[in-house]
Write a protein that binds this ligand. Structure first.
Ligand SMILES: Cc1cc2nc3c(=O)[nH]c(=O)nc-3n(C[C@H](O)[C@H](O)[C@H](O)COP(=O)(O)OP(=O)(O)OC[C@H]3O[C@@H](n4cnc5c(N)ncnc54)[C@H](O)[C@@H]3O)c2cc1C
Length: 496
């Protein structure tokens, strides 16, 4: 067993971990990052992201402060809107059905803008998200919601910049090194036991930040906590997030917190590989369902595809797909909307069928009840309020009326051939249950007392999301809490 000592050990190698490491280093601490993955697949789920960040902003001046490369011409043709502190709170509260820990919510919202500026100071470059979050509306690009910016190069670019900065600042990183246990002495946490291959090693530190993600890649824990069927879900991201950090903390008395039966899961390519492909992280996306009808094997609709913008519904619809007979569904489009489909629908590997008649389409849609499907489309088409104009850029209110499950927006009748259908299953993104932290990220025990020397950030923090999740909060929350965790762990270690 090697005897090494650092001020701060950060467990994990994704965005939250790197923010913690950079921030601890800023305090003057010696820092070691333990990444379970090999260097080529480092970066956890953060690598797989589109790099979107949800921030408070008040329009063009704020966005220009984060994206200084924006030209006057771009600003003139863009309506960035505004995303106020109150709107951010409203989204976090209403989307989690008011379960989110209000103190933690406040920390995310109030530090969002400042933390993005801090990331910039570390070398991360941001761009305005014209492709994904803005529509050309009456000659102007109009943004909606709080996700106006994304990291240059998406998640891969974000992670690349963070590791580059860590290297420049002299932060040590050990790859293929799996943390398995927290070491303790009489004063609190004193380091981490790791395995390298099958060999165990102890690494000592004055403080430890856990940032090793949730348990979404652990089939057994998924089934145990999320419920039956989740063993069959496809993992959208990394294979390394198996709940180790959570378990290590629970083993020394940390409090479990948040919605352990909840997760972020989406409609995802039905025959996607078991884990995400780091080289094609977005291939499985099937996010254009607001313009579709979704039917199950019984040929019936089972959710409101147009309840809200994709950002506000996608994270809860994976579970609903999983709950359908056979755990799959089909998204059905006609030619009036296929030009709106995201690029991933065109990639090789999409389970797609195309036909000139609905009968022929259904014949090709594996395992779908033929008569029910035709009846569903007929009934749906008849219920569309055709006097309301279809507009993909806004919540257009073009709904259906009188169906058992109405569609609230973007109700386009399925009537113009050729027709296309795409098969989806459930893709799990991350889990909601985890550890309890206070507003300075100190991990709490069952009596709400901190465990000295132990901090946490990122996906393994419980109490943030319940039932649903507002898109692009994950990187933001991970950055906010990661930065705080590094700062607090650094200060704690240096004062010891
Ligand atoms: C396909 C996809 C797209 C997404 N898009 C977005 C987006 O655009 N915006 C957004 O905000 N969020 C997005 N998310 C969610 C986002 O990925 C997470 O909220 C965020 O990346 C979590 O960061 P993290 O650092 O907590 O975890 P991760 O980035 O997953 O990092 C966890 C790290 O811990 C390591 N690890 C695990 N166990 C151990 C161990 N025992 N020892 C050492 N290391 C260990 C892993 O290898 C990994 O490096 C997306 C997720 C996916 C999968």
């Amino acid at each position: 067993m090697a005897d090494q000592t650092y001020d701060v050990i950060v467990v994990g190698g994704g965005n939250a971990a790197l923010c913690a490491a950079l921030s601890a280093k800023e305090q003057g601490a010696s820092v070691l990052v333990l990444e379970r993955a090999p260097e080529e697949t480092r970066g956890g789920n953060s690598h797989y992201t589109g790099g979107g960040f949800r921030i408070v902003h008040h329009g063009a001046d704020d966005i220009k402060a984060v994206v200084p490369d924006l030209t006057d011409e771009e600003i003139a043709k863009t309506d960035f809107g505004e995303y106020s502190r109150d709107q951010y709170f409203d989204d976090l509260f209403s989307i989690t059905q008011y379960y989110i820990d209000p103190d933690l919510a406040e920390v995310i919202v109030d530090n969002s803008f400042d933390t993005v500026q801090w990331l910039r100071s570390q070398g991360v470059r941001f761009l305005a998200n014209y492709g994904r979050q803005a529509f050309n509306h009456k000659g102007k690009f109009k943004f909606f919601g709080g996700v106006v910016i994304y990291a240059n190069g998406g998640g891969a670019g974000l992670i690349e910049s963070e590791y580059e900065c860590a290297a420049k600042k002299g932060i040590d990183v050990r790859y293929k090194t799996r943390a398995i246990e927290l070491l303790e002495d009489d004063e609190g946490v004193a380091g981490v036991r790791v395995t390298v291959g099958r060999k165990k090693e102890d690494i000592h530190a004055k403080a430890v930040v856990l940032a090793s993600g949730g348990f979404e890649a652990n089939r057994e824990m998924r089934t145990k906590y999320l419920g039956p069927g989740f063993d069959q879900a496809k993992v959208r991201g990394t294979r390394y997030n198996t709940g180790d950090g959570i378990q290590m903390a629970l083993d020394i008395g940390a409090q479990s917190y948040g919605q352990w039966s909840g997760c972020h899961s989406v409609a995802w390519e039905r025959y996607a590989p078991t884990f995400g492909d780091p080289n094609e992280p977005h291939a499985g996306y099937r996010h254009s369902y607001p313009f579709s009808i979704m039917v199950n094997s019984e040929g019936k609709r089972f959710l409101d595809e147009g309840a809200d913008f994709r950002n506000y519904t996608y994270a809860k619809y994976g579970r609903v797909v999983l709950q359908q007979p056979g755990s799959f569904a089909w998204q059905v489009f006609d030619s009036q909307v296929t030009h709106l489909l995201r690029d991933e629908y065109k990639l090789r590997g999409a389970t797609k069928v195309k036909a000139d008649t609905l009968e022929e389409l259904c014949d090709k849609m594996q395992d779908v009840d033929f008569q029910n499907f035709l009846a569903t489309v007929k009934e749906y088409n008849a219920a569309v309020k055709r006097d309301v104009t279809f507009d993909p850029n806004i919540k257009d209110g073009r709904c259906t009326e009188g169906l058992a499950i109405d569609k609230t927006n973007w109700a386009n009748p399925i009537e113009e051939p050729p027709f296309e259908a795409y098969s989806v299953g459930c893709g799990i993104t991350f889990t909601f249950g985890g550890l309890k932290i206070d507003t300075t990220t100190r991990v709490q025990d069952i009596e709400d007392l901190e465990i000295p020397g132990l901090y946490a950030a990122g996906e393994l923090v419980g109490g943030l999301y319940y039932n649903n999740y507002p898109g692009s909060t994950g990187l933001m929350a991970g950055s906010v809490f990661g930065r705080i965790a590094g700062r607090e762990a650094g200060k704690f270690a240096l004062a010891k």
